[in-house]
Write a protein that binds this ligand. Structure first.
Ligand code: GDP
Length: 358
C-alpha cells in the first residue's frame, strides 16, 4: 500500500509524532488480521459520511480508509555523503511514495536544535539539499550508461534527454517534483529519484504558534503548494490516551478544532493523490481507497481482483443523493441511482454496488 516516509532533522519531534501514529488503535480495531511492521504508523481518514451511511444501512460497524507513515531514520546535513545514517536512510526513503517532513516550530530551551536555532525555512532547505544531492549522485552515476544507450538505441534518446534536463534542474537547487511540468519524470522512473516524490510538511508547533493565524499563514505560504499540517506532537501523544470527551477538551484548550492526526491523515491522502468511494450493507459501511481518476473496474479491483476481472457494471448513488433520499430504494425511485459501465471515472463519495461475473 502507499506510504509517506517521515523525515526531519534530529530533535524536531519525529519520534513523538510517530509514537502517536503507532499507538492509535485504528488497525487493531478495523483490520484485526493485518500484520504491521514496527516502523509503520497508521491513521484513519476521518469521514463523517461513514457514520451516516451506517445509520441508513443499519450497518454493524464502520471501516475507514487509512494512511500509512513509515519512520525513516533521522537525516542530518551530509547524509547524502554517508553522514549519520546515510545510505540506509536513502534506501528507506526510496520505498516511500511521498515524503512527510516534520519541522520544528516549538521553542524549548531544554531541547537542543541541531543548528542552534528554530528556523523552519533553513530546516526545509537542509533536507531539500540532501535529497537533491542524493539525486545528483544517482544521475551522475547513471549518465554514462544512459549516454551510451542513447547513442546506440534511438528509442532510448528521450531517457537521456530527460536525465540531462533533470540534472540541470537539480543543479539549480530545485526538486524534480517542483519541476514536474518541465521534464517527463515517467522516463526516469527506473532511477527511483527521491525528489520526484510529493512533499507534505508537518509543523510541530506549540500553542503560541497554533493560535497565531498570521504565523500559520506565513508557514503555509512557505511550503505552498504542498500541504501543511500544524500540530503539537506532545499533545497528539497525550490525545490518543484520552476518551473522546477529554480529548475534545484538551484540543479546545489549545484552540484546535480537531486532532492533528486527523488533519495529517487528510493531508497525507491528498498528497498521495488518493480518494475514497463507499460501500455499505448490514455488516459494514466502508471507505475504499483508490487513486484519483480511477475507473469503476479499477475501483472494484480494490475489493477483490475477481471484481475487476468480472466487472459488468456499477450501481452508483452519490452520497448526498443517498442521504437525501434516505434509502437505496428511495434513491432508485427518485432516479438517483446510475448504472455505470467500465469507462466510468469514480467520483469522491460515490456509494457503489458492483455487479460482476465470477
Ligand atoms: P526526533 O529526534 O525528531 O525524533 O525528536 P523527538 O520526538 O525525540 O523529540 C525531541 C525532544 O523534543 C523530546 O524531548 C520531545 O519530548 C520534545 N518535543 C517533541 N515535540 C515537542 C513539542 O511539540 N513541544 C515541545 N516543547 N517539545 C517537544
Amino acid at each position: 500500500s502507499l506510504t509517506l516516509g517521515i523525515v526531519g532533522l534530529p530533535n524536531v519531534g519525529k519520534s513523538t509524532l510517530f509514537n502517536a501514529l503507532t499507538r492509535n488503535d485504528v488497525l487493531a480495531a478495523n483490520y484485526p488480521f493485518a500484520t504491521i511492521e514496527p516502523n509503520v504508523g497508521v491513521v484513519a481518514l476521518p469521514d463523517p459520511r461513514l457514520d451516516k451511511l451506517a445509520e441508513v444501512f443499519s450497518s454493524e460497524r464502520t471501516v475507514p480508509a487509512t494512511v500509512s507513515f513509515v519512520d525513516i531514520a533521522g537525516i542530518v546535513k551530509g547524509a547524502s555523503e554517508g553522514a549519520g545514517l546515510g545510505n540506509k536512510f536513502l534506501a528507506n526513503i526510496r520505498e516511500a511514495n511521498a515524503i512527510c517532513q516534520v519541522i520544528r516550530v516549538f521553542d524549548d530551551p531544554d531541547v537542543v536544535h541541531v543548528d542552534g536555532r528554530v528556523d523552519p525555512s533553513s530546516d526545509i532547505e537542509t533536507i531539500n539539499t540532501e535529497l537533491i544531492l542524493a539525486d545528483l549522485q544517482t544521475l551522475e552515476k547513471a549518465l554514462p550508461r544512459l549516454d551510451k544507450e542513447g547513442r546506440t538505441h534511438k528509442d532510448k534518446r528521450p531517457v537521456l534527454d530527460a536525465a540531462k534536463a533533470a540534472k540541470e534542474i537539480l543543479d539549480a537547487g530545485r526538486t524534480l517534483f517542483q519541476a514536474q511540468n518541465e521534464v517527463d519524470l515517467e522516463l526516469l522512473r527506473e532511477l527511483s529519484l527521491l525528489t520526484t516524490k510529493p512533499f507534505l510538511y508537518v509543523f510541530n508547533a506549540d500553542e503560541g504558534v497554533l493560535t497565531d493565524e498570521a504565523r500559520v499563514k506565513e508557514l503555509r505560504e512557505l511550503v505552498a503548494p504542498a500541504d501543511a499540517v500544524f500540530l503539537d506532537a506532545k499533545v497528539e501523544a497525550e490525545l490518543i490516551e484520552l476518551d473522546a470527551e477529554s480529548a475534545r477538551e484538551l484540543l479546545e484548550s489549545i484552540g484546535q478544532q480537531e486532532a492533528g492526526l486527523d488533519a495529517l491523515a487528510r493531508a497525507g491522502f491528498h498528497t498521495l493523490g488518493l480518494q475514497t468511494y463507499l460501500t455499505a450493507g448490514p455488516k459494514e459501511a466502508r471507505a475504499w481507497t483508490i487513486h484519483r481518476g480511477w475507473t469503476a473496474p479499477q475501483a472494484a479491483g480494490v475489493i477483490h481482483t475477481d471484481f475487476e476481472r468480472g466487472f459488468i457494471k456499477a450501481e452508483v448513488i452519490s452520497y448526498e443523493d443517498l442521504v437525501a433520499a434516505g434509502s437505496v430504494a428511495a434513491a432508485r425511485s427518485a432516479g438517483k441511482a446510475r448504472m455505470e459501465g467500465k469507462d466510468y471515472v469514480m467520483a469522491d463519495g460515490d456509494v457503489v454496488e458492483f455487479r460482476f461475473n465470477v
